[in-house]
Design a protein around this ligand. Sequence first.
Ligand SMILES: *Cc1c(COP(=O)(O)O)cnc(C)c1O
Length: 355
Amino acid sequence: MSRMGVTGLGFGRYFTRHMALARWTHGSGWSGVELTGHGPLALSPAAMALHYGQAIFEGLKAYPQQDGSLALFRPGVNAERLNRSAVRLAMPELPEELFVEACSAVVRADADEVPRGPGQSLYLRPFMIAVEPSLGVRPALEYLFAVIASPVDHFFADGYQAIDVWCASDQIRAARGGTGAAKCAGNYAGSLAAKAEAVAQGCHEVLWLDAQERRWVEELGAMNFFCVTQDDGAPLLVTPRLSGTILAGNTRDSLLRIAPDLGVRVAERPVALDELTDPRGRVTEAFACGTAASVVPIGAVTTAHGRVRIGDGRPGKITTMLRDELAAVQYGTQPDSYGWMHPVRAPEAAAAPAR
Ligand SMILES: *Cc1c(COP(=O)(O)O)cnc(C)c1O
């Protein structure tokens, strides 16, 4: 079924017809990529991922281009990050070509299911889990890598507006030496109670602080954090350094490269919660960013001491400019001067014999 131009897709609610699978076993290494129908996996109830949490994932999108073709955004960055997550969780690394081939195979097979309305795209969810049936506490000897795909709406399908964030008081997301920099399933499980707390406080997302001092802003549950400060009258785009407890977002990295080209200086440095919530402070804008939602303005921060508005509480100028510029690259409405877009070749081209 074609969902062209259909709204109400939401995020991760519908899946396309196909998925890609590859298997790893100790001794044989990785199998080739198999394209198959999207459907249930046969899994032993003793599959180790279910018990000891060897489960990592990625998220990237295929964007419809102006000529009707489809392109992945920086898939190599996701492939590398999956491997860093794999190393942290004592799982096998995956050749980058296999990762990109699996993503491309699903996009090619389900190209007719990619929604083409404004801001819509095909979200890809590559993941790897331990499938060996065993209750021994050790790295598994068998793994499954899979890519599934979901046609998704513009995150702001109901209108572009700022979100409220809740600064969790007693829980933490990641500590030095932990798994915070890995995109692993357990990090998300550990964040859900705080997210529920945020929602109960009338907020949309959790803004996590560092584990040690509970003083420094780290990131959101699934998005990196940025703010804009006025520094000698000129705007400065600031984001916390990757210290080992923050996930290295592809969107974060891309915005750090786009901003200077738009004349906005950038700095990676610690951001204190106090700096953000000082009503006489220099912070004029804040936003979160990630693949799923792109750029999300933050309008207010709520702590145990109350709610503090950021700027005028509405999406900031620089925030919106960065959002628009990133979208222009991703949807190909302006030339890809960064070389970030990875075209997914049509089946004819893929099938053509090499000469
Ligand atoms: C995935 C993720 C992000 C965003 O990364 P992108 O590559 O930009 O999508 C940020 N923080 C956390 C904790 C994440 O899991």
